[in-house]
Design a protein around this ligand. Structure first.
Ligand code: C2O
Ligand code: CU
Length: 498
């Protein structure tokens, strides 16, 4: 089962060196912010809304005048956005027309195991692959050829989810080539709130890339690997970074806004980069961002922030009031964690007045409290680099990923506390469950830990406890570091709800 693909990354990934573009970088804030198209359903019947997505090779003009080969859902990067209603089954038929196997995971979805995109449940290309790789396929996996129907019951609250590739050992390169898209779940509770909507709700997928002279996105290639770099000695491989910041697939774009409130659905879809987002200039009064939701939907009450630290796979749902700036102001969404070309992300240009019809109420939602006394089981997992590095350079509980090992068997419906400890930064994601951060570094959760989450960023040397009810579906699920290179280099494990 371990042979689904070799864990091979080159030295650049291993040392986490910034990949720089081999082409001149364009001036920032020239390209209009693109909004990914919303995918129309093929049909809606009594049971489900049905969609079809073709995964294919395409060419995109990401940097002006440069042709970049991508792998895209529907041939676009980001892929099309899916809009679903809570509790209404969404079936997405994915056709794989790429030259490699794929796996689709709906990140944050409460999905039965069959459709969760288990890392070895491959969708093989329509022809050619099976015969050549028969001995390398996980014998226990549910493998299909050419296409697969993923069924999402979406028995969950309104939230900003995303879908992306999840093939064992190859998630990093596949997502890097473009396999990521938004999937929003809506419900009546959210509809009833007077939040900015329509054109005043902006999905913002942030990702960094570097570009080669031929236009391709630079990723340490599978040929410059352990065969030429014997043993990756650096155990603290940081992952793959680029020097161009893309929002919805465009470099440092610009968005024209009216002097009103906007709702920003922020997603960090970068393989490894963390951002610390702020507004420059900050508003004359009050916090820059009013957070209304986190990974798994609305907070109970809004929370103001002057900056937003965001690790790979995390989401923030925030409202920014551009009415606090005079018409004509240019406001940059900056990255305080970056330097040079990575220190800025996006620019808003307040071009006009607008009629304000939204506000952020003091109460947003109700989140069921879940305190320590409810938990019957406490488990602990360490997230650390392997002492000797190498192709299994990243470990959970001292072990690299194996599809055949289950590290936890929570009983369906039980509440458990999971305690994580890390050597360096790791954004930890659990499939299936919605958790709350219970403590960070032995103290109360931090200001950004509020609400229901599915990904929590661990800081070096810090212990974080999360609490969750393991309900929904019985079966095998993954949990892992969402630094995509760490994940591909072994930092993933399984739990099984029983
Ligand atoms: Cu966003 Cu297991 O992944
Ligand atoms: Cu990690």
């Amino acid at each position: 089962a371990g042979a689904v693909g070799p864990r091979l990354l080159g030295r650049a990934a291993a040392t986490g060196e910034l990949l720089t573009s081999e082409v001149p970088l364009p001036p920032p804030f020239q390209v209009p912010l693109p909004i990914p198209a919303v995918l129309p359903p093929l049909s809606r019947d009594a049971d489900a809304d049905r969609y079809e997505i073709v995964q294919r090779v395409a060419t995109a003009e990401i940097l002006p005048g440069l042709r970049t080969p991508i792998w895209g859902y529907q041939g676009t990067f980001p892929g099309p956005t899916i809009e679903s209603r809570s509790g209404r089954t969404t079936v997405v038929r994915h056709r794989n027309e790429l030259p490699v196997p794929t796996v689709v995971h709906l990140h944050g979805g409460r999905t039965p195991p069959d459709s969760d995109g288990y890392a070895t449940d491959l969708v093989l290309p329509a022809s050619g692959w099976r015969a050549a790789h028969q001995g390398m396929l996980d014998p226990d996996a549910k493998i299909t050829q050419g296409l697969r129907d993923y069924a999402y019951p979406l028995r969950q609250r309104a939230s900003g989810l995303w879908y992306h590739d999840h093939r064992m050992d190859f998630t990093g390169p596949a997502v890097h080539r473009g396999l990521a898209g938004f999937h929003f779940v809506r419900d009546a509770e959210e509809d009833a709130l007077p939040l900015p909507r329509g054109e005043r709700e902006l999905p913002l997928m942030i990702a960094d890339r570097a570009f080669a002279a031929d236009g391709s996105m630079r990723y340490p290639s599978l040929d410059s690997t352990l065969s030429t770099v014997p043993g990756v000695e650096e155990p603290y491989a940081a992952g793959v970074f680029g020097d161009v910041i893309l929002v919805n697939g465009a470099p440092w774009p610009v968005a024209e806004v009216s002097a009103t409130r906007y709702r920003l659905r922020l997603l960090n879809a970068s393989n490894a980069r963390r951002y610390d987002l702020a507004l420059d200039p900050p508003p004359p009064d009050g916090p820059a961002f009013t957070q209304i939701g986190s990974d798994q939907g609305l907070l109970d009450a809004p929370r103001g922030h002057d900056h937003l630290p965001i690790a790979p796979a995390e989401r923030y749902d925030v409202v920014v009031d551009f009415g606090r700036y005079p018409v004509g102001t240019e406001i940059t969404l900056v990255n305080r964690a970056g330097t040079g070309s990575t220190a800025y992300v996006l620019r808003f240009r307040v071009t006009r007045r607008g009629t304000e019809d939204s506000h952020v109420p003091d109460r947003l939602s109700t989140i069921e409290p879940l305190d320590r006394t409810r938990a019957g089981v406490i488990r602990e997992f360490s997230f650390r680099g392997a002492p000797s590095g190498g192709r299994h350079g990243w470990l959970i509980g001292g072990q690299p990923y194996s599809p055949s090992r289950i590290d936890a068997r929570p009983r369906l419906g039980d509440v458990e506390i999971w305690r994580f400890v890390a050597d360096v930064h790791h954004p930890i994601h659990l499939h299936l469950v919605q958790f709350r951060v219970l403590s960070r570094g032995g103290r109360e959760p931090g200001p950004f830990d509020g609400g229901l989450k599915d990904t929590v960023d661990l800081r070096p040397g810090e212990a974080v406890e999360v609490i969750a009810r393991f309900d929904g579906y019985r079966g095998r699920y993954m949990f892992h570091c969402h630094n995509a290179e760490h994940e591909d280099m072994g930092m993933m494990a399984n739990f099984e709800t029983v």
